[in-house]
Design a protein around this ligand. Structure first.
Ligand code: AMP
Length: 249
């Protein structure tokens, strides 16, 4: 079976985000970009399934403007077999549009599993996997912390508020990864060299029949307000008194 892994190019998690002077968005010029960390976990899980003989091919897909192929190349260096790049003019394609583009790719590729990140750390939308499953009419399991592929089914343990929930889904299915699913591997130097020769197929949104025009308008973007200074307290009794005054207790 084929596994499709959508990987998003995002601002690296170590970068301190700066808002553009005109408030129209965040500064992206000369900023370190990386693969969304939850997508690294998705690639790792797909590779482990392939290494366990449960999958035959791992395909990394990304949607974005110039340099997005670098992110696909990272997935190939980790071990994915090939890539698909839907090249767009702009970054920040909205989740519903991403889901429609992925649906068109899935119609052509016929994967049995699609493993996405639970959310992209730039927009924190946590929408794409759910929208994709709805558009496809496939079962979905989000926030996976364990994935076991069976015969025509997949058992997924999910992290929920009250603990862990295990679901059995019929394949094909859409899964999204949570932090504790695995620890992604680093690409070794020989694999980085090998990845340069792996194919990345380029597609346009127009040939997939999807209009990428935004449906949402960003009205403003602002920095979080700075922290106001704290105080040191001498005893637990003093802390309780302060919490009572603040109405917390
Ligand atoms: P979001 O719904 O934006 O929080 O994103 C959830 C997941 O959808 C990400 O972790 C990726 O797996 C996938 N995804 C979102 N945007 C893209 C994109 N532009 N290209 C590829 N995958 C994406």
């Amino acid at each position: 079976m084929k596994i499709l892994v959508p990987v998003k190019r995002v601002v690296d998690y170590n970068v301190k985000i700066r808002v553009k002077a005109d408030g129209s968005g965040v500064e992206l010029a000369n900023i370190k970009m990386s693969m969304n960390p939850f997508d690294e976990i998705a690639v790792e899980e797909a590779l482990r399934l392939k290494e366990a003989g449960k999958a035959s091919e791992v395909i990394a897909v990304s949607i974005g403007p110039v340099k997005t192929d670098e992110t696909i190349r990272t997935a190939l260096a980790m071990g994915a077999d090939r890539g698909i790049w839907v090249k767009t003019e702009e970054a920040g394609i909205e989740p519903l549009t991403v889901a429609k583009l992925l649906k068109a790719i899935i119609a052509a590729e016929g994967p049995s599993l699609v493993i996405l990140g639970k959310q992209a750390i730039d927009d924190d939308c946590n929408q794409t996997g759910q929208m994709l499953a709805a558009l496809l009419g496939w079962p979905q399991a989000t926030f996976a912390s364990k994935i076991v592929v069976g015969e025509g089914t997949v058992d997924v343990t999910r992290e929920i508020d009250g603990g862990l929930q295990t679901l059995r889904l019929a394949l094909p299915a859409v899964l999204t990864t949570d932090l504790r699913l695995n620890e992604p591997r680093y690409a070794s130097l020989p694999n980085i060299m090998k990845a340069k020769k792996k194919p990345i197929e380029e597609k346009s949104a127009a040939e997939l029949g999807v209009d990428v025009a935004p449906r949402l308008e960003i009205l403003s973007t602002s920095e979080p307000s700075g922290r106001t200074g704290g105080i040191k307290l001498a005893s637990a009794a003093e802390l309780v008194a302060h919490l009572k005054t603040a109405g917390v207790l």
